[in-house]
Design a protein around this ligand. Sequence first.
Ligand SMILES: NC(=O)c1ccc[n+]([C@@H]2O[C@H](COP(=O)([O-])OP(=O)(O)OC[C@H]3O[C@@H](n4cnc5c(N)ncnc54)[C@H](OP(=O)(O)O)[C@@H]3O)[C@@H](O)[C@H]2O)c1
Length: 240
Amino acid sequence: MNRVAIVTGGTRGIGEAISVALRDMGVKVAANYAGDDAKAQAFTEKTGIPAYKWDVSDFDACHAGVEKVEADLGPVDIIVNNAGITRDSTILKQSYEQWKAVIDTNLGGCFNMAKATFPGMRQRGWGRIVNIGSINGQAGQYGQVNYAAAKSGIHGFTKALAQEGAKFGVTVNAIAPGYIDTDMVAAVPEDVLEKIVAKIPVGRLGHASEIARGVAFLIAEDGGFITGSTLSINGGQHMY
Ligand SMILES: NC(=O)c1ccc[n+]([C@@H]2O[C@H](COP(=O)([O-])OP(=O)(O)OC[C@H]3O[C@@H](n4cnc5c(N)ncnc54)[C@H](OP(=O)(O)O)[C@@H]3O)[C@@H](O)[C@H]2O)c1
């Protein structure tokens, strides 16, 4: 597939698996990350995929980052908005900073990256945008008003932008992962995680490669009729 893609948060976890899956499809991939230079360097050494550092919650940095990638690899055809963070706590304890950081990174990052790339995709008549939402944006989750709101917002953002892109060959879809065995989930206390796994009909956590498989499906050349959809990949935990 002779295309150029940016995967935000593409150097570890789910994003790393997505970057590798797209590379294996022949796509020229740029993997963005926020600050973990050592992981990014190890990722590039292992995969041969270049890594680019910028903060997706920063509007201007997204524009500058996309310009740099386009100078190196060519016009961007595919965006996977995967960068995300959690700052969990009940609303009684949640600070405004925790709320804002999660909204600005998870949801704001989708807006900032779309603003930097959607006009070019529209003009060239082809584009694929995949936004990584969450089961917790679909179902809600105790202690995550910030994260659930951001992820739920991503699902609405996807359906609205899909309508704007449809006439121009630009599809916009979301994936709602369930619990996947990455660093983000490793931060969940073991006893809580055991209770979560007990509620997953498939009986285990998901693997990052199982989300990457969904992204590969959605960005395919012959995927032009799939737009505005949310693909749940959650081991049957929430059937939406
Ligand atoms: N793991 C799950 O069970 C699960 C479930 C549902 C949804 N998700 C969603 O899937 C996505 C990936 O999750 P993950 O578990 O793979 O996360 P992860 O292992 O914590 O990795 C997060 C990635 O995002 C990058 N990132 C964070 N903030 C950023 C920012 N402001 N700008 C640019 N990059 C940033 C990180 O960069 P650095 O390496 O530089 O820190 C890292 O590459 C997230 O959107 C998450 O909400 C995950």
